[in-house]
Design a protein around this ligand. Structure first.
Ligand code: OSB
Ligand code: MG
Length: 369
């Protein structure tokens, strides 16, 4: 396969509802949309970096710079036997996994389109619909939180994750347990705690949560291992697992019992598959994380989630929770049983509404060999 042209767009869309984490509240999402052309087909990808460096060090502007100056020249006009060859070919650039994934992921779509196969078939996936959960941000009141949870359960979602931070944690969980009973429930702290909060985090044990996601620092493994030794609730790592090696180290150290896979964090589909396979060998279940993606990134995530060890519900919810309208037409929907069908058709299997994409575009550049 040969990539002849890379188009980069900076895009901004309003969120259907604000989203608040321990980093703060957002009403819009700014991200990059990438398009690759080659061998008579075109493919889309999305860069999950945000306009701030709060979840990760990368931002939309660092990704733009790295792609334009370094990554695009490393792939343009070069023959690759398989999209697996992309990530190693970008190896001179250290880090910048979100920027790399924004090129590597559409390369898989391009390859699948050239072969006229759906992306999940290229991956060797085993599911046609993905069990979906939702991630509910910090709200203004517990009553508002309960309203959100009730609406999501009504839509069928198979597990509820709430964002927590010191002061919005134990009370919120106890309140949801009292109101909704034994629903599949978990929390995500986005690194809002330290080991000094061990007693507070251990107090969550009595609420039988599925897991606590990323309680401690974004790049920490050792303290998570110490914490996991003191709490019964499984720890799931997100931010800390920035590479397959970090995943291996975390498993070896006992820092987590579950891993959240986001291809943007790992550098694309190939590295995500490697981590998925490693976790399967080591008996660690994984689930697909979300980054408030548009339908483009969301479709990629659904295809990846067809691999067998994605055995827990993912943050792969319906388009209408995020953007209305989405950049794809039709949007991705959840079924009454709380699963999201994997788009059929070749490549990522969704239709990008190019007029909508054009209207949402703030800046655009075309790169060629
Ligand atoms: O930590 O999983 C996270 C969104 C943006 C950045 C980080 C995270 C999230 C979510 C939302 O939890 C998941 C989604 O619904 O896309
Ligand atoms: Mg998370």
């Amino acid at each position: 396969m040969r990539i002849e042209r890379v188009e980069l767009r900076l895009v901004r869309l309003p969120l259907v509802r604000f989203f608040e984490t321990s980093f703060g509240r957002v009403y819009h999402r700014t991200f990059l949309v990438t398009r690759l052309d080659g061998d008579g087909v075109s493919a889309y990808g999305e860069c999950v970096a945000d306009d701030n460096p709060f979840y990760s060090a990368e931002t939309t502007e660092t990704a733009w710079h790295i792609i334009q100056q370094f990554l695009a020249p490393m792939v343009l006009g070069i023959d690759f036997a398989h999209p697996r060859a992309l990530f190693p070919a970008l190896g001179r650039v250290r880090g910048h996994h979100m920027a790399k994934a924004a090129i590597e992921m559409p390369a898989w779509d391009l390859y699948a389109r050239q072969q006229q196969r759906p992306l999940h078939a290229v991956f060797g996936g085993v599911r046609t619909a993905i069990p979906a959960g939702v991630s509910i941000g910090i709200q203004d009141s517990l009553e508002q939180l309960a309203d959100r949870v009730a609406a999501e359960l009504q839509d069928g979602y198979q597990r509820i994750k709430i964002k927590v931070k010191p002061g919005w944690d134990l009370d919120a969980v106890a309140f949801l347990r009292q109101r909704f009973g034994a629903i599949p429930l978990m929390v995500d702290a986005n690194a809002a705690y330290t080991l000094q909060d061990t007693d507070r985090l251990a107090a969550l044990d009595e609420h039988a949560l599925m897991m606590i996601e990323q309680p401690l620092d974004y790049d920490d493994i050792r303290d998570h291992a110490r914490l996991q030794a003191r709490v019964h609730t499984p720890i799931c790592l997100d931010e800390s697992i920035h590479s397959v090696r970090a995943g291996r180290d975390a498993i070896d150290e006992g820092a987590c019992r579950i891993i959240n896979i986001k291809p943007g964090r790992l550098g694309g589909h190939a590295e995500s598959i490697r981590l998925h396979d490693l976790c399967a060998e080591r008996g660690i279940p994984v689930w697909h994380g979300g980054m408030l993606e548009s339908g483009i990134g969301r479709a990629h995530n659904l295809h990846l989630s067809t691999l067998p060890n994605f055995s827990l519900p993912g943050d792969v919810a319906a388009s209408k929770r995020y953007y209305e309208p989405d950049l794809i037409e039709p949007g991705i929907e959840v079924q009454p049983d709380g699963t999201v069908p994997v788009p059929e058709g070749i490549g990522i299997g969704v239709h990008v509404d190019v007029e909508r994409l054009e209207r949402a575009t703030l800046r655009r550049v075309e790169l060629s060999a």
